[in-house]
Design a protein around this ligand. Structure first.
Ligand code: ADP
Length: 412
């Protein structure tokens, strides 16, 4: 047995916090300190002279034996400066995680091994806890990363879809713009052509009219048939001239060349003239209900343009309503002068009402009647040019009311 010769050395040995075991070269325990009792649950007396293997779990004993044999042959074999982690066995059979530092020494010609042992159960538990937490965290990070990648992929896809959609829209917009430009150019071309043609037609037409008037003067009055036909020629030529005027004013409106000429005139007088002109166009049994306004003031407006506006609307009312039907014209004055023309005619289909003021537009129920589709376009441009408004209400097969509102004194 190892005989320590110093009390201090014994106290220090016993109070060292690490467990200390000293064994001889046959692996017999020769000395242990108090900490060993605490770690392994044995009393010192139970350990003395026992085989070191009692601290080794059964499954590891063969390996331990191998090591110890090597150690017996070469004492340096198991010496190491750095601590190693090993598994030990408690008296009650529990396995203990331990940290071991091993050294050897000789005393009185005998070799001894000294093992310094620390119970690292708590540290290991903490490490396991940390490892579990780390694993959970890693899994979470992995899951979040996967989720994030999925979202990024979706976003990238959505982005690509959006880019495709935007490209499509840009192409569609460009196409629409090109179509619009082409349409506008075509419209301008049409207008230019009409205006050119109208200029050319005007001279021969006025020649026809003059000749018809002259023929009328030379033919004796009893030639009733001739007079009747001359009347037809005159009215047709006038009608054609009106159409040509419309064509010409289209060009003027488009190029912004309308110059209004304002003057003072009596509204009732103008209406009388219009009624006279339109009466020759009325169908059998059609009649206009118009009571001239009694306190109609004088207007300061462009008389010729107001004439064109009202005769166009009244002529449409006659054209688009049947024989024996009434046309009501009402006039109201206040700040402005408001003229309404109501017929009981074919009406305008609801879905086409938005287009009715567009140039050359004719409603689908009107194509069997003569027309050019430019009258209302000119009317609207002129009404607005004079500072007024034009609106209408229409029911298919029941009738239409156009309302024109004009300032009485233009201040343009
Ligand atoms: P046009 O009469 O020469 O066709 P307008 O520009 O005067 O041309 O009128 C455009 C279209 O509006 C007409 O073709 C017709 O379809 C519709 N319209 C105008 N006035 C009336 C009305 N009083 N009743 C029914 N439809 C009308």
């Amino acid at each position: 047995m190892f005989d320590g010769n110093s009390d201090i050395a014994q106290v220090a040995f016993d109070t060292t916090l690490e467990g200390i075991i000293i064994a001889d070269s046959d692996a017999k325990i020769v000395m242990t300190n108090k900490a060993i009792e605490k770690i392994f649950g044995y009393k010192a007396a139970e350990l003395l002279g026992k085989d070191l293997h009692m601290f080794v779990p059964k499954t590891l004993r063969a390996l331990h034996l191998e090591h110890y044999k090597m150690y017996a042959k070469d004492p340096n074999y198991l010496s190491f400066d750095n601590a190693r982690e090993i598994i030990g066995m408690h008296k009650d059979g529990r396995q203990l995680p331990l940290e071991l530092k091993l050294s050897q020494f000789s005393y009185k010609n005998k070799d001894y091994a000294q093992a310094i042992i620390t119970d690292i159960t708590k540290r290991k538990a903490k490490e396991t806890e940390n490892t579990i937490a780390k694993t959970i965290l890693e899994k979470k990070v992995k899951d979040y990363t996967a989720e994030l990648e999925k979202v990024v992929k979706q976003l990238r896809q959505t982005n690509q879809d959006l880019e495709i959609e935007i490209k499509k829209k840009i192409v569609a917009k460009q196409k629409a713009r090109k179509a619009l430009i082409a349409e506008r150019e075509l419209g301008q071309l049409k207008t230019k052509f009409l205006s050119l043609a109208s200029h050319e037609f005007r001279t021969p037409l006025s020649g026809i009219l003059t000749s018809a008037i002259l023929i009328g003067k030379y033919i004796p009055e009893e030639k009733e048939n001739v007079t009747k036909h001359l009347k037809v020629i005159k009215s047709m030529v006038n009608h054609l001239s009106n159409i040509l005027d419309d064509f010409l004013s289209l060009d003027r409106i488009e190029s912004g060349q309308i110059h209004y000429k304002f003057s003072k005139f009596g509204f009732n007088k103008l209406m009388e003239k219009i009624m006279k002109e339109t009466s020759s166009l009325m169908k059998k049994g059609q009649h206009i209900n118009y009571i001239p306004c009694t306190i109609c003031p004088k207007l300061y407006q462009d008389k010729r343009i107001v004439h064109i506006i009202l005769s166009n609307i009244i002529f449409n009312a006659i054209k688009y309503s049947p024989e024996d039907s009434p046309i009501d014209i009402a006039v109201k004055t206040g700040e402005t002068i408001v003229i309404t023309v109501t017929d009981k005619g074919i009406g305008i289909p609801k879905n086409e009402q938005k287009d009715i003021f567009s140039r050359f537009y004719r409603a689908s129920n009107a194509t069997h009647l003569q027309g050019t589709g430019i009258g209302l376009n000119i009317v609207k441009a002129n009404v607005e040019g004079l500072g007024g408004t034009i609106v209408f209400k229409s029911t298919l097969n029941e009738g239409t009311t156009f309302t024109v509102r004009l300032p009485k004194n233009v201040d343009i």
